[in-house]
Design a protein around this ligand. Structure first.
Ligand code: HEC
Length: 113
């Protein structure tokens, strides 16, 4: 390989790297916020709710599933419910007090089918 060719090659490699970097930066900017909110909601659900509500159902009281619940009518209603639910569901004040968590969890629960 002549030195000119080697130089061209190096430039090419750098161009590919630059395009790749630009793309990944562009993608992370373009990535819809929902994606992160959704996975956050899923995480909160897995950590706190899934024990009793796997698949959006209710293993303790099958007639009270999350899917189709009236408590999902609004975020406010949902928040109030998880802060002060009907027994034997335990309250989740820590989640209820963090708006971003409520939003993420609410969106996740509404998406359950
Ligand atoms: C220890 C079990 C348990 C856990 C954990 C739990 N729940 Fe519940 N959940 C219940 C029970 C039992 C009910 C039904 C209460 C009743 O009698 O109305 C219920 C009811 C609900 C309802 C209302 C359903 C209806 O009837 O309209 C929603 C919404 C709900 N839970 C959401 C959640 C969310 C969100 C979490 C996690 C932050 C969670 N639950 C964690 C047991 C649980």
């Amino acid at each position: 390989m002549s030195s000119v060719e080697a130089c061209k090659e190096t430039k090419y490699v750098w161009a590919v790297i630059a395009v790749g970097a630009a793309l990944s930066v562009g993608l992370s900017v373009l990535m819809p916020k929902d994606v992160t909110a959704a996975s956050k909601g899923e995480q909160i659900f897995k950590n706190n709710c899934e024990g009793c509500h796997a698949g959006g159902k209710n293993s303790m009281k099958p007639r009270h599933p999350i899917i189709g619940s009236k408590k999902l009518a609004s975020k406010e209603k949902f928040k109030n419910y998880i802060a002060k639910p009907e027994r034997p569901m335990p309250p989740f004040k820590e989640i209820a007090n963090k708006d971003a968590d409520v939003t993420a969890l609410y969106e996740y629960c509404k998406g359950l089918k």
